[in-house]
Structures are given as structure tokens and as C-alpha cells.
Design a protein around this ligand. Structure first.
Ligand code: UGA
Length: 429
């Protein structure tokens, strides 16, 4: 099939590469000249394991990149919309890129009429609006994405389900048929239902993580093993074990953004939601709990040196949006601590995202061991394997203090304690 994809961001790039891998021809439209040139050279502009190889294989072959929407539309059977919809301060998604695209489509589309497929996360009602603005001349299908950063390629080929929403069920099924390499169930529904599946899924995942974090806090207070409790809860098939790992609070661009977006939409509709704002509050509380674990052992943090392992919001990405580090490191600096941090991928993105005046006493080092030399405590915030495999004896040797606050439960508590560390995990008693 001939597919056009607008927006070479995270979702657009992954989808483009994976559709090519499935045998389709893709024209990727990107207006940022720097990104376009990178792509033309076959370079991958984002950090995503496996993606550079796929792009290198397909750019210049089944994958064409261009800044011309008209050129892409002219030959496409499907036009995927993968433009950004970042949150505004009100929580409402910013739909300016989408509106601009719809205007261009009205102006520039020739006789060819591809099926317009919205992958961008948009509030219920948006696909219907797009259909109306295009004068009913195009079939419009909502096809939300469920790709996780760090495992996006595997998620693309092995989704749990394919959701397609449209007023035209034939077009919806044609879109579902593009996912030739997957055997997942296909759910055909209307536009608003498909739009809401996306928001509700991310909102549920956020609430599930917050639930796990609260059970872990209870386990800590009782002095028992929260991970065993959560395993016991999760093995009930109605609950499910996945996404129940307690940690430093969920981050990334999507869970926080979609929770906010859904709350905004509910407000517009006059529907009172109690659970979702609570999940958000619980997430912030989780970060405060991590700080409190440090303060409980060290007292005043003024003049203390804290080593932080992990800046990315999770392993497998260089993304620091809403990461625990972005919130906790400025708190530490405000309390007068010096911070020595390390991350194998997110060094530059963190430096770009955090204003230097908020972290005057932060040094980011290239070597995790350099970061802990002479520190009073180690705080682990991202679950990189590098940290999971760190020998506790080496930590004991290099850390000046004895405290490890393991925000990802990576280390073996018994081994850490036997080596002489004061170990504080999340829900580990
Ligand atoms: C999330 C969804 O999982 C994807 O399905 C969706 O497509 C994507 O948002 C999106 O809307 O584009 P992502 O933001 O990449 O994907 O990250 P997740 O893997 O969902 O993790 C979110 C946060 O929850 C991370 O900070 C992670 O560390 C945390 N988490 C996750 C936990 O603390 N515990 C868990 O058990 C799982």
C-alpha cells in the first residue's frame, strides 16, 4: 500500500519504519528542515532502540521523506496524522498542528482522496470535527497508538489490540488490514469511542501505577514485602501483574498529559471525576516520599552530596519529560544539597529540559561510579540494567555514606544490607 505519514516525531517515525518493514511504501512528511536533512541522510533523530537500523534499511527504498504534503497526498491511499498534541496549561491538548494540517489538506489536496487516519492523541470529538472540516470528502479513521518509548517497535508488531473508529466501517477495516504482521484482535467502533479508548487506557495505567505505589507505602509502614503483596494482587487475572511495579511515580509525556487531557474534557462536559485527580496527587506524593526517605536518614540535606542514578523517566529512552529526576533534583538543590548525577542516555536531554538556575549544584557525570564517589547517599531513579547489575561491594567502597534509596527496587535488599548499606527500597519493608 502507499502510505503518507505527517509528522516525523516519535509515533510518526516508528510507524513509518514499521510499515516499511511490513512491505508498504511510506512517504514521511516533515517540515522541520534539520530533522528532514537528518532523515535524508538515513540518520535517526530520536533515541529508540532498533529504530536506527530500520530507518537505515528503508530510507531511499520503501521510505521517502519530504516537506511537501501535496506530493505525499498525491500518491497515498492512507494519510496518517502523527502531529504533536502537547498539553496547554489548562490541560487541554494543543491542536494547532492538527488544525494547520487540515487547512493545508483542504487547500492542497488534488483529486486523490486518501483515507485520513488520526494517530495523534486527540480529545473525543476531534475526528468528527476533522471530517466536517474536510467537507465529508475524505474518510476519516481514528487509530490511536499504544507504543511505549523504548519498546515501540516490538509494540507496533505485537499490539494487544488494534482500535479503529470511523463512520465508515469499510475504511476502518482497510486501516486495520495495514497491520499485516500482527494477529491482535481488531475493534471497530465510532470516532469518539476510539478517541476515548486511548485516553482511558493511559488514565487507567497511571491510576494502576499510583495504586501500586500506595500499596508499597503501606507495606513499608507495616514492615512487609510490598512486591510480594503486589504479586499476590496482580495474579488475580482481573487485576493482572503488568504495570504494578512501584517506583518513583509515573513520568513521560503521555500518562501525565492524557490524565490532564481527560480531566479537562470531563470538566468541559460537566462530569465530575474523582479517581483521576487522585492518581495525579498520589504521583506527586510518591516523589515527596522518596525525598522523605533521604531526609529521614540524613536529616538536614544542607551541604550533603547526593548521587542520583537515572535521569530518564524510564529505561530505554533519553526522554526526561515529567521524570522523577526533573522534580526531585531541583528539590534537592533547593534544600542545599549537591547532586552528582548519571544517566547512560538522558544527560543532554536533562540539561536541555532543566533550567540551570534551578539546579545550581548539579554535576552530570559520564561514569556512574564517578557520580557516587564521596556522596552521602545514592538515589536510584531509573531502572537501567547498568544500575541493576551494579555490584553492591563497589557501591559500599565508593560511597562515603551508607544510604541507598532505591526508587526502582533494582538492588537485592539482603545483599545490600549484608554489604553494610542502609537500604531503602519502595515497599520493601
Ligand atoms: C505510555 C503507554 O504505556 C503507551 O501504551 C502509550 O502508547 C504511550 O504512553 C503514549 O500515549 O504514547 P510510555 O509513556 O512510553 O507509554 O511509558 P510507560 O511504559 O507507559 O511508562 C510510563 C511511566 O510509568 C514510566 O515513568 C514508568 O517508569 C512508570 N511505570 C510503569 C511504573 O512506575 N511502574 C510500572 O509498573 C509501569
Amino acid at each position: 500500500m502507499e502510505i503518507a505519514i505527517v509528522g516525523a516525531g516519535y509515533v510518526g517515525l516508528t510507524s513509518a519504519a514499521c510499515f516499511c518493514e511490513s512491505g508498504h511504501h511510506v512517504t514521511l512528511v516533515e517540515i522541520d528542515p534539520g530533522r528532514l536533512q537528518q532523515l535524508e541522510r538515513g540518520e535517526c533523530p530520536i533515541y529508540e532502540p532498533g529504530l536506527p537500523d530500520l530507518l537505515a534499511r528503508h530510507v531511499g527504498g520503501r521510505l521517502t521523506v519530504t516537506d511537501s504534503l501535496a506530493e505525499a497526498v498525491a500518491r497515498a491511499q492512507f494519510l496518517f496524522v502523527c502531529v504533536g498534541t502537547p498539553p496547554r496549561p489548562s490541560g487541554a491538548p494543543d491542536l494547532r498542528a492538527l488544525r494547520g494540517l487540515v487547512r493545508s489538506l483542504r487547500r492542497e489536496a488534488g483529486d486523490n482522496r486518501p483515507v485520513v487516519v488520526l494517530k495523534s492523541t486527540v480529545p473525543p470529538g476531534t475526528n468528527r470535527w476533522v471530517y466536517g472540516r474536510l467537507g465529508g470528502a475524505f474518510s476519516v479513521v481514528s487509530n490511536p497508538e499504544f507504543l511505549r518509548e523504548g519498546t515501540a517497535i516490538d509494540d507496533f508488531f505485537h499490539p494487544d489490540r488494534v482500535i479503529v473508529g470511523s463512520s465508515n466501517s469499510e475504511a476502518a477495516l482497510q486501516v486495520a488490514a495495514l497491520y499485516t504482521r500482527c494477529t491482535a484482535p481488531v475493534l471497530v467502533m465510532n470516532w469518539e469511542e476510539a478517541e476515548l479508548v486511548k485516553y482511558a487506557t493511559n488514565a487507567f495505567l497511571a491510576a494502576k501505577v499510583s495504586f501500586a505505589n500506595e500499596v508499597a507505602a503501606l507495606a513499608d509502614a507495616i514492615g512487609c514485602d510490598g512486591l510480594r503483596i503486589l504479586e499476590g494482587v496482580g495474579l488475580d487475572e482481573r487485576v493482572g501483574v503488568r504495570f504494578l511495579a512501584p517506583g518513583p511515580g509515573y513520568g513521560g509525556s503521555c500518562l501525565p498529559k492524557d490524565l490532564q487531557g481527560l480531566a479537562w474534557k470531563a470538566g468541559r462536559l460537566g462530569v465530575r471525576l474523582d479517581l483521576l485527580p487522585a492518581a495525579r496527587r498520589a504521583n506527586r506524593r510518591q516523589r515527596e516520599r522518596l525525598l522523605a526517605k533521604l531526609q529521614r536518614e540524613l536529616g538536614n540535606l544542607q551541604g550533603r552530596t547526593i548521587a542520583v542514578w537515572g535521569l530518564a523517566f524510564k529505561a530505554g529512552t533519553d526522554d526526561v519529560r515529567n521524570s522523577a529526576s526533573l522534580e526531585i533534583i531541583p528539590w534537592l538543590c533547593r534544600l542545599g544539597a549537591r547532586v552528582r548525577a548519571h544517566d547512560p542516555a538522558a544527560r543532554d536531554t536533562f540539561a536541555g529540559a532543566c533550567p540551570p538556575e534551578e539546579v545550581p549544584d548539579l554535576v552530570i557525570l559520564d561514569d556512574p561510579w564517578q557520580a557516587i564517589i564521596g556522596a552521602d547517599a545514592l538515589l536510584i531513579l531509573t531502572e537501567w540494567d547498568l544500575y541493576r547489575q551494579a555490584p553492591v561491594e563497589a557501591i559500599v567502597e565508593l560511597l562515603a555514606g551508607r544510604l541507598v534509596v532505591d526508587g526502582r527496587n533494582l538492588l537485592d535488599p539482603a545483599a545490600a544490607r549484608a554489604a553494610g548499606l542502609v537500604y531503602r527500597g519502595i515497599g520493601r519493608g
